[in-house]
Design a protein around this ligand. Structure first.
Ligand code: TRP
Length: 349
């Protein structure tokens, strides 16, 4: 039999998904899903991981499970092709994490660059919650319990995949080689990896309030785009402008295709021509923002409409999550037996 591969990826349910998620991962996931090259695609809503820094705000995590699911479905994740499941509903993940804890040292966890940044950001440095520090180990369980080999993620997740590979090697050497080594799959356009926020300075992020959400209404999107950061030295239309650190042009790099010019800005053939004019001077910010607005509106309209449709039938969304979780649980319960057997703790065969 042809050896097809398994994909697993996930998100913490801490807020609605935005344009950064869309270009950085959702769009790619839908393409992977529809490519037919994968046997199984697991998409985890990582509520237990979200609790590691929201243990005192369970309501937020709970409410955002369905928001994230709505965003997935609206973007084209198809529950007949992909398995969307909720992490906490798979207790086998906790068991596997417990075995993995033995294979990782404290200093190894403390060296993880993503964890270091996150500890600082959350003010956890002087009093580190163990659950938070060890979430990379639990993430290794997320990946390996489902035999996933392809992990579509942003570059901030690379340390987690590396950690997972180390655990896999230790486990396979120590016990039996039953775990698969995963590999990350980064978005191919590097503009997409870290879409800046509307402020142009930081990555698009809910906590910084610089996002365009997939569920934003058209007027909101327009207002946000028209207020975007461009080049601070491009004061008058005649001034030469910089396209490099200019968020509007970075978004255009991520979204604009030649056919958009035909449709919305026929004076130019393509983005290179537009950029050249901006750099020369004589091209105003309002014009490029209007153009960007047309493109983003076109992209988000079908997503928003589909989301609204689904919102009117939330029971159906919960049904999808329940079915997905049952399917994931079935896979997990077989794999955990294999794990216990590999370790040698299957006493009552
Ligand atoms: N840590 C990921 C994030 O913050 C979410 C996540 C949890 C994940 N488990 C995963 C991603 C497994 C990929 C694979 O976005």
């Amino acid at each position: 039999m042809e050896n097809k591969k398994i994909i697993l990826t996930g998100d913490r349910p801490t807020g609605r998904l935005h344009l950064g998620h869309y270009v950085g991962s959702l769009k790619g996931r839908v393409e992977l899903q529809n490519s037919g090259e994968y046997d199984n695609i697991f998409i985890e809503i990582a509520d237990a991981q979200a609790l590691t820094d929201n243990f005192n705000n369970v309501e937020k995590v709970k409410n955002n499970i369905v928001e994230v699911a709505l965003d997935y479905l609206a973007c084209g994740i198809d529950p007949n092709k992909s398995t969307i499941f909720i992490q906490s509903q798979i207790p086998e993940l906790c068991e596997l994490t417990f075995y993995y804890l033995n294979l990782v040292t404290l200093s190894r966890l403390q060296r993880n660059p993503t964890i270091k940044d996150e500890l600082k950001l959350r003010g956890f440095e002087n009093s580190i919650p163990v659950g938070f520090l060890t979430y990379p180990i639990s993430q290794a369980a997320d990946i390996t319990l489902f035999d996933a080999e392809v992990i579509p993620v942003g570059d901030d997740q690379l340390p987690m995949i590396e950690q997972t590979r180390e655990i896999v090697r230790s486990f396979n050497n120590l016990y039996k080689p039953i775990l698969k080594e995963p590999k990350e799959l980064l978005p191919d356009n590097d503009k997409c990896m870290r879409l800046p926020g509307l402020d142009g300075k930081n990555k698009m992020s809910k906590s910084l309030g610089n996002c365009i959400y997939l569920s934003d209404e058209p007027e909101v999107i327009e207002k946000k785009i028209m207020s975007m950061y461009t080049d601070p030295n491009h004061l008058k239309v005649e001034d030469p402008g910089n396209v490099k650190d200019n968020a509007v042009f970075i978004y255009l790099d991520a979204f604009c295709k030649d056919e958009h010019f035909e449709k919305y800005l026929p004076e130019y053939k393509n983005l290179d021509e537009l950029k050249a004019h901006y750099e020369r001077g004589g091209l105003g910010d309002v014009k490029i923002k209007r153009f960007l607005n047309s493109i983003i509106q076109e992209e988000l309209k079908p997503i928003r409409e589909r989301r609204k449709e689904l919102e009117s039938n939330i029971d159906k969304v919960y049904e999808i999550l329940k079915n997905g979780s049952n399917k994931a649980k079935e896979y997990a319960s077989n794999k955990i037996i294999e794990v216990r057997n590999a370790i040698g703790i299957d006493y009552f065969k």
